[in-house]
Design a protein around this ligand. Sequence first.
Ligand code: ADP
Length: 483
Amino acid sequence: MEFSISRLKIKWKIFIFLLGFCALLLLILWLFQTVFLDFFYRSIKVAELKNNTKTIANNISDENLSDLITNISQNSDVCIEVIVNGESNYSSDVLRECVIHKMSVADKMTFISNARENGGEFSEYIKHPAPPRPTRNNDFDNRLGKMNTPATQSLIYVKLIQDGSNTAILMNTVITPVNATITTLRYQLYFITLLMLLLAALLALIIAKRVSRPIEEINKSAKLLAGGKYDIRFNGKGYLEIGELSDTLNTAASELSKVEALRRELMANISHDLRTPLSLIYSYAEMMRDFPDEITPDQTLIIMEETQRLATLVNDVLDLSKLETGMDELNISRFNITQSIKITTERVAELVKKDGYRIYFDYGEEASVDADEVKIIQVYYNLLINSINYTGDDKTIRVRQIITGGEILIEVSDTGEGINSESLPYIWDRYYKVDKNHKRGVTGTGLGLSIVKRIIERHGGSYGVKTNLGHGSTFWFSLRRGT
Ligand code: ADP
């Protein structure tokens, strides 16, 4: 419900904005085409008159002045009279209802003196009654006839030439009332308004659809994602933001699917890893209850070992989750890493000696690091135990400390089968085991290397593995030497 209202909002907002824009355009059009039309028309006429008088004034001494006047008069539908010292010098009469050609000399002189008082020019509108319909069947007169409505006006314009020659240019043009034109335009505007409103509505719908459809699609996919369909793909196209949004959602979906896959694997692994020792413990305990006289130390040992395994698993899970949530604070201090590794190696070597394992530790000078000693030793221990578990039949493990520049590198090499290249990228993932059926009774939680990875990453160090199928692996990590 919430969503559909906001989706409507997008559509309607665009619609309203577009309509508003159209209304504004129409208003401007209405204003200019109806309200201001008369004003514009008159301004253009006046400008035209002024321009024409200017041309005549500039050519007043030209020998072709008479032709020029006739030309102007015919092209612009104006009557022109040039008066020098009260005498009509040139005259062109093209208008049937011309006022200047009908007025008396005294009237003309009044106009001229008005112009003189007015700084050299003067204009006046004169209303005149409509003359009879033209009798001559002549196009020009016909056109004039149409303009002869009762409200027709003449615009008289007088310009004095300020060169001491006492010359005045008189012009007369007809101002046709624009009412008829306005009526026509108004009808046109009704149609334009209707058409624009329809177009705006259509455009708004199209735009709104284009904008909202990708969002709708993304929302549909997002609902599926929320419902647990993590392999969903978002295909938001159309514009940049939607493209980016769907990229982000695709990343989120793929992360979620990874988490989901991991969760399933984790559940499967944990339940498997818990169930096996538990059922062993249960069977042996049952056996001990049923046959108390036949209890052997081996049976108790199995129960102890399995309990130990469970404890390790639980600890590993706890360690990793603490590391991953960042809840486990690093306890950084300066310690002699060479000594710590040496002691751990000796302890482990002592423990596995009885099974024929030999562990060598080569190091040059002793070195210190600023790190969490317990955690770094946990890293080393995990690598060492893995090497013991996976080393070859010679049961040999070589540990090396190499100091290069400011770095201390610890390498743990075994002579086992190595790791195939398909598995290599995944061994650092939680619960990943190359061979699900461990050989030689190797039991692993699949967490050891991910704990290594987290701890070294949190120390800002590096880690890795060099492996050679059939010839063993060398797991390594490096830390900055304490200065
Ligand atoms: P596990 O508890 O199973 O050893 P790890 O996270 O320590 O879990 O290791 C992940 C997987 O990497 C192991 O199951 C194993 O297949 C592989 N692996 C780790 N160390 C070695 C090694 N030294 N030689 C060969 N394979 C190894």
